[in-house]
Write a protein that binds this ligand. Sequence first.
Ligand code: HEC
Ligand code: HEC
Length: 312
Amino acid sequence: MSDKHSAGEVPTTGHVWDDDLGDFTNQPPKWWMLGLTASALWCVAYALYYPMIPVSSSSIFSKGLGGWTAISEMEADKSKVDVVRSKFENKLKDMTPAAILADRELTEYVTRSGKVLFGDNCAPCHGPNGVGTKDKNALFAPILNDDDWLYGGKIDDIHTSIAGGRKGVMIANKDLLSEAELDTLAKAVAAGKPTSTPLFTEKGCVACHGPDGKGMAAMGSANLTDSVWRFDNSVEGIKQTIRYGVNSGDPKARIAVMPAFKAAGKLSDVELKKLAVYVYKFGGGKPDQVAEAPAAAAPAAATPVAEAPAAK
Ligand code: HEC
Ligand code: HEC
């Protein structure tokens, strides 16, 4: 074996294998022993400093000599975040949504917290990021990330939609139209050319959908020429919409109600502003209106059509 030691110089453990293989009792190297001792001390110190020894909840050993708790660490982190946030939050209180939108730094901040608010309150109906959903419980909530708006895409319109809710009403026409008239109208609408039949004017559709059939923001009436559909767009589906209306009170009417979030008290004023900016930033907002004067100058179109029931 090794020529450093010959049998007899160093004591062996006494074990012998294969007749002549023995075990020396040499000490491990010094660096190794130091490492071992240091880590053992480290374990003891660590166990005393942090809450590791489950004696009883009042014991100093159970609490740890260092007084560290996960909660206090989290709270310390949170108060650091709060300091950063309060700088923004305080500003937001007195600002209009339009003013927030005009400030790049604030918009960035608001968009980030708006994402969480939207996920919690709006996504169940409008889909993540406003892409819409086919869920029947979503009450035909419109897609919010396109530039097609029922009530207008100006920042104040969007804010009013969220705060006050929306409930566009289209009357039931089942007693006002013959089957043939219904058929003609539905086919014209399905083709995206509602004005191609004089019935569109004669039967009063223009009163709400406008003389060109492109909808009116003040009514929340749909643009019937843009091939963006919320309800069933088959001829049969369109007939059903025309026959029974929307939110008309008829038992077969289509129901499409946007809850009023201000009245429901679920969201604070600042949160409502954050959401307005967040939705605007989906990309469909009407930018030329950004610098416009605040709420006082909001156009008539921004008035809620009806007081929607509070979110339950
Ligand atoms: C219960 C389902 C539901 C929830 C929840 C909901 N909405 Fe709506 N939302 C609707 C419906 C339905 C409409 C369309 C109302 C109408 O047709 O009159 C609408 C309309 C809107 C509009 C107007 C769209 C346009 O084209 O003018 C905006 C903006 C809007 N919602 C934003 C939000 C935001 C932000 C939230 C979360 C705070 C939210 N909604 C939560 C169902 C919902
Ligand atoms: C009192 C106003 C009013 C009148 C009158 C009216 N509509 Fe509407 N209509 C609306 C509103 C508001 C909506 C959108 C519903 C909503 O947003 O909740 C709508 C929606 C529709 C839709 C569904 C569009 C889609 O995207 O699925 C069709 C189709 C339609 N109307 C056709 C007609 C026709 C045809 C007439 C005439 C017979 C008519 N409407 C008369 C207010 C009206």
